[in-house]
Design a protein around this ligand. Structure first.
Ligand code: BGC
Length: 414
């Protein structure tokens, strides 16, 4: 089978903080600019998409895509508690309208890692009331913009705290709370270190329940507004495997993920996000095998991992459609990106052939953008960005995926 289902969504994904530029009212900006900081460089102007969205959306349409996933920045829409910015909402209305003018279905994410700095300074996602505050922000967005939204993700990778912990990528609670850079950001926000919490560096167990409640309330709020569109969450889902002796740790990683998949059972779709495979050995997570091809993130090159993640999501929530809301590779050599896309799409087609209801594929990312702590070095984009001039440089992989999107099939590609 080479054709994708009718109305398949073909898109690219971005997040506001990573592409818009000047997101100074967010918690991440504080962390980037504190001394010391864990970030190799600040986000600065990013890709200036806050001003260049019109050209960017037209570029996507010209390449053949029919959808674009981007995030609305809470720190702009609600700069202070309860104070909503009509100008920021109007900005996103123009972005959504530009999508429609270009026949691009806009999929919005309401929270993609960053929060307003006032949220972080009041306990962040470790404070129960953040769920209610998130819902009130969602309610306002739906009321003002819902008529133009084609699909919405409440929270991006709300399981990332748990995933980063089981993969051994973030330190346990006490170390984070005591870390010098968290203390520095708290100082900049004029609060005590234990009051400052920025996602996903919050590791107290309460954050899982706050996130899940925020998703539930946020989804309700989004459904209550103007427009009728599917709502879901996105989940970070690496392929999870065990080497001999690593079964217990593998099972622990699966158990940490389970509550999120369970919570997604009542949603309109599950956003599956996958980049690689995580293997476990008897004493912990294992690095890629010696000699394995690595991406610029240091991840194992593993395009088969996406299909494994889709199958796991489908098994946990068999009645819920799946959208691949992120899959991508950081690579300097664009031909590895083309190969990665082809191999991941073969896996997606295999899943569809087996009866799994996959409704879309969003490549991460549209642009070479700000890769959080690692700055601008890892290049995920289908489109490069000249950092001095902001000029967009379309890579062969963008044209390749655009042709697939236009054909809605892989056999039409030379
Ligand atoms: C995140 C993106 C990030 C990408 C690549 C995903 O987990 O949603 O914001 O840039 O991974 O690391």
């Amino acid at each position: 089978m080479k054709n994708f289902p009718a109305k398949f969504l073909w898109g690219t994904a971005t997040a506001a903080h990573q592409v818009e530029g000047g997101n100074w009212n967010s918690d991440c900006w504080l962390l980037e600019h504190a001394t010391p900081t864990a970030f190799v460089e600040p986000s600065g102007d990013a890709c200036d998409q806050y001003h260049r969205y019109g050209e960017d959306i037209a570029l996507l349409a010209g390449l053949g895509f029919n959808s674009y996933r981007f995030s609305i920045e809470w720190a702009r829409v609600e700069p202070e508690p309860g104070e909503f910015s009509a100008a920021a909402l109007e900005h996103y209305r123009r972005v959504l309208a530009a999508c429609h003018e270009n026949r691009i279905a806009p999929m919005v994410t309401l929270h993609h890692f960053t929060s307003p700095r006032w949220i972080a300074a009041q306990g962040g996602w470790e404070a129960a009331r953040t769920a209610d505050r998130f819902a009130s922000y969602c309610e306002r967005v739906a009321r003002e913009l819902g008529d133009l939204i084609a699909a919405a993700c409440t929270i991006n990778e709300l399981n990332s705290v748990q995933m980063l912990q089981t993969s051994g990528l973030i330190a346990p609670d006490e170390k984070i709370v005591g870390s010098r850079w968290r203390a520095a950001a708290a100082r900049a926000a004029a609060v005590a270190p234990e009051e400052f919490s920025a996602f996903p560096f919050c590791t107290r167990s309460i954050c899982r329940d706050v996130m899940l409640r925020a998703h539930r309330l946020g989804a309700q709020a989004l459904r209550s507004g103007r427009g009728k569109f599917p709502v879901g969450m996105t989940i970070a889902m690496e392929e999870i495997a065990a080497e001999p002796g690593g079964e217990a740790l593998r099972d622990a990683a699966l158990a940490a993920e389970a509550p999120f998949l369970e919570a997604a059972r009542g949603d309109d779709f599950i956003g599956v996000q996958n980049y690689t495979r995580q293997r476990f050995g008897p004493s912990g997570p294992l690095p890629p095998e010696p000699g394995a091809e690595l991406t610029l993130m240091g991840y194992e090159y593993r395009p088969q991992a996406l299909a494994a993640a889709i199958r796991r999501a489908a098994a946990a929530a068999p009645r819920v459609p799946i959208i691949v809301t992120e899959s991508g590779i950081a690579a300097a050599d664009d031909s590895r990106r083309v190969a990665f896309i082809d191999a991941t799409l073969a896996g997606v087609l295999g899943c569809i052939g087996d009866g799994i209801d996959v409704r879309g594929y969003f490549y991460w990312s549209m642009l070479d953008n700000y890769e959080w702590l690692l700055g601008y070095r890892p290049t995920f984009g289908l489109i490069g960005v000249d950092r001095a001039t902001q000029r967009r440089i379309v890579k062969p992989s963008a044209e390749h995926l655009g042709r697939i999107a236009r054909a809605n099939a892989v056999d039409a590609v030379e």
